[in-house]
Design a protein around this ligand. Structure first.
Ligand code: TYC
Length: 102
């Protein structure tokens, strides 16, 4: 909020500037054992992608070693990583998920 002094004409800015939150990429890492179909399912379920895009992302990770599943604020990204790691562990797959500041 800006307020102008009647005597001096000086404008004082009271409101603190809002800052956009930092964004974090959530990454999947390739491995030799996790089935492709499981990875596609993970991407559909936790990153809200359709089958086509999920398949495209999975193949990118399979071929390049790493790939971005989504970009989120810190807490959301951290939650995705935890959920994916827990889901992979429950199914005894070595799938790795991590996050990185954009
Ligand atoms: N490389 C795995 C296979 O050939 C498939 C895979 C893709 C695994 C992506 C992990 O993040 C991954 N079955």
């Amino acid at each position: 909020r800006n307020r102008e002094d009647d005597q001096t004409g000086v404008v004082t800015r009271t409101k603190t500037r809002t800052k956009k939150p930092s964004l974090y990429k959530v990454l999947l890492l390739n491995d030799d054992y996790t089935p492709m179909e499981f990875v596609v399912h993970v991407i559909e379920r936790f990153f809200n992608k359709g089958r086509e895009e999920a398949t495209r992302i999975m193949l990118h990770v399979h071929q390049r070693g790493v790939g971005v599943c989504g970009v989120y604020t810190y807490e959301v990204a951290e939650t995705k990583v935890t959920q994916v790691m827990e889901f992979a562990r429950q199914h005894q797959h070595p799938l790795q998920c991590t996050m990185e500041k954009e």
